[in-house]
Design a protein around this ligand. Structure first.
Ligand SMILES: *[C@@H]1O[C@H](CO)[C@@H](O)[C@H](O)[C@H]1NC(C)=O
Ligand SMILES: *[C@@H]1O[C@H](CO)[C@@H](O)[C@H](O)[C@H]1NC(C)=O
Ligand SMILES: *[C@@H]1O[C@H](CO)[C@@H](O)[C@H](O)[C@H]1NC(C)=O
Ligand SMILES: *[C@@H]1O[C@H](CO)[C@@H](O)[C@H](O)[C@H]1NC(C)=O
Ligand SMILES: *[C@@H]1O[C@H](CO)[C@@H](O)[C@H](O)[C@H]1NC(C)=O
Length: 177
């Protein structure tokens, strides 16, 4: 009986400690640029501070013609004397992905904005493409992250030609207690 109590006690302490062993993500900067303004104009690409702990990303671009061929060419960069390539670089077929999401990491990225965007249908993508109030949650936890500053750099290609880029920077801090 006493041993059981001891085990329960230790488990409780351990579980409480695990729960407070929290992580923080914070968006720190966003940069977007169109490489072909006759196809894509960027109307808004901005961070907004909601409170001390929460910064959200608002994005609004207009695709002036429909596209049925999208390549999302992305890489993660980590800052150490400037941004250096870090771990992941991928090329994802955007229209195939919207039909049936594939690739675990890309699904994780998609989840950060899919509920707050109108990119919730299959190709063609056309007109105003919106992301309203995206923020990062600890769901990205499952990545093996060391504390630091990162950037998700994405080149968006239509028909194999670059049309625009989005650079989203964020900070990841592991709050070890
Ligand atoms: C996006 O990031 C890449 C890699 O650091 C950089 O070369 C490029 O100039 C950036 N683009 C914008 C619009 O900031
Ligand atoms: C730029 O966009 C136009 C459509 O407005 C398209 O016809 C043209 O191929 C694009 N240029 C490049 C280099 O992708
Ligand atoms: C922000 O985070 C701090 C520390 O985690 C917490 O004490 C505070 O209540 C949070 N504020 C808001 C507005 O969420
Ligand atoms: C997106 O930008 C377009 C062009 O500036 C504007 O007409 C539209 O109202 C904007 N949409 C939102 C939701 O801000
Ligand atoms: C997609 O998102 C828009 C805007 O949030 C919403 O009005 C629309 O019903 C959604 N469509 C689907 C198929 O979920």
């Amino acid at each position: 009986m006493r041993n059981t109590l001891k085990v329960v006690g230790i488990l409780t302490i351990f579980l409480t400690w695990r729960l407070s062993d929290s992580v923080t993500y914070k968006l720190t900067n966003v940069k977007c640029e169109s490489h072909n303004k006759s196809w894509v104009t960027i109307n808004e690409c901005r961070l907004k501070a909601i409170n001390r702990n929460k910064t959200v990303f608002n994005f609004n671009a207009t695709f002036h013609h429909p596209t049925n061929d999208i390549l999302m060419d992305y890489q993660f960069l980590k800052r150490e004397n400037g941004y250096k390539p870090w771990l992941y670089r991928k090329k994802i077929n955007g229209c195939r992905f919207l039909k049936r999401p594939y690739d675990a990491l890309s699904i994780l990225i998609y989840r950060t904005y899919k509920d707050v965007s109108n990119i919730n249908h299959t190709c063609p993508l056309y007109g105003d493409i919106l992301i309203r109030g995206m923020h990062l949650t600890t769901e990205l936890n499952s990545l093996p992250y060391p504390t630091g500053d990162y950037m998700l750099q994405v080149n968006w290609l239509f028909y194999r030609k670059i049309q625009f880029v989005t650079n989203v920077s964020y900070q990841f801090v592991e709050n070890l207690l």
